[in-house]
Design a protein around this ligand. Structure first.
Ligand SMILES: Cc1ncc(COP(=O)(O)O)c(C=O)c1O
Length: 346
């Protein structure tokens, strides 16, 4: 890779040139390659296997670093602050905890804590950290104790750590990203099961994101080994074609996305749009009227182009626009027909 190529910084979603440094090979400075800063300041507490621990006192031995990551599974959960009702709502906490337990089961890891106990831990931690703004919550489960991560570990309890950080929602504005179809393939169920939300699976996402960044795209879309569309680097994908919403099936190598399920429901029940889960060819992305990616981290973002083929008119389309409004209403707890999706904290 020549220095000249690396100097060609890609456009960010806002159209500004990004200034990330890590792709140049310099040591990480706290900024990701896309120029996003890591959050400043840490919360007061994290929750660690049953105890509230002050952030600075939550240490593990350095030798645990690599091996514990091999077995680690996690969740990314968002809580949304509704300024009108002065309430913080955790979105689909039940579904996230269910998926955490599923990921742990695949790792042959048990939990010393029930779903109810972890729900209580979420609430306790958000209150202790005085979270009164949009928040990202990450429960992480792993085998500690420095056991080499490639060794068999059968049905033993994992350590569970929950952390919080401020993460403003972007649902109040249209976001348009430009994507490439990655040269990397998606991991498969028989290699690194994508339905387990395992830390190690994200090396696949990282190869994809790095390639996209170097080549001036915002996001990579990954094909599975059958050459069918799987998902974006860390988000699921939908396309709208001739009034129908199409999304790859769970067997396409995707994470069993919670946002994807929520949006299917809204498309179907609130917008009267049929949702079809089926294999998707790469060229269908080029011909779609609208394409969007979704997930806890990205929320809902329009895809303006794929491999430099413009999607629709290259802007946020009408379906995504309406869907974003509906979704925002749900996560803020304003859609009373779906209030069971939102757990109030206060
Ligand atoms: C690889 C991957 N796929 C899909 C998603 C979307 O899943 P969810 O909607 O449950 O956040 C994520 C979210 O983090 C992800 O990391």
């Amino acid at each position: 890779m020549t220095e000249q190529k690396l100097d060609r910084q890609p456009k960010s979603t806002t159209g500004k040139t990004t200034t990330g440094k890590t792709a140049t090979g310099k040591p990480a400075t706290g900024k990701t390659a896309t120029g996003k800063s890591r959050p400043e300041g840490n919360p007061k507490f994290l929750w660690r296997s049953g105890e509230m621990v002050e952030w600075d006192k939550a240490t593990v031995h350095l030798s645990d670093l690599a091996w514990s990551a091999i077995s680690a599974v996690f969740e990314g959960v968002r809580a949304y602050w509704n300024p009108e009702s002065e309430q913080l709502y955790i979105f689909h906490l039940d579904a996230h905890l269910k998926r955490l337990f599923q990921s742990m089961k695949i790792m042959r890891m048990t939990s010393a804590f029930s779903k109810d106990e972890l729900t209580a831990a979420f609430l306790q931690l958000l209150k202790a950290n005085e979270c009164k703004g949009d928040t990202y919550i990450q429960p992480l489960a792993y085998f500690g104790g420095g056991v080499p991560g490639y060794m068999a570990m059968l049905e033993q309890p994992g350590e569970i750590v929950i952390t919080t950080r401020a993460a403003a929602s972007g649902l109040d504005e249209a976001k348009v990203v430009h994507c490439n179809v990655s040269s990397w393939s998606r991991i498969t169920d028989n290699v690194m099961p994508p339905r387990a939300k395992a830390i190690t699976n994200y090396q696949n996402s990282r190869y994809v994101s790095t390639e996209s960044f170097i080549n001036g795209y915002d996001f990579g879309i990954i094909l599975n080994p059958n050459g069918k569309v799987s998902e974006a680097a860390y988000a699921c994908i939908f396309l709208i074609r001739d009034g129908v919403a199409i999304t790859p099936p769970l067997s396409a190598g995707i994470l069993e996305s919670i946002t994807r399920e929520a949006l299917k429901d809204l498309l179907n029940k609130e917008m009267d749009i049929q949702v079809i889960e089926r294999d998707v060819d790469r060229t269908e992305l080029y011909l779609a009227d609208e394409v969007f990616i979704c997930g806890t981290a990205v929320e809902l973002q329009s895809v303006g182009s794929v491999d430099r083929y413009k999607v629709g008119d290259g802007e946020q389309g009408p379906v995504v626009g309406r869907l974003r409004e509906l979704f925002r209403d749900v996560v803020l707890g304003n859609d009373l027909t779906r209030s069971e999706w939102c757990t109030p904290v206060y």
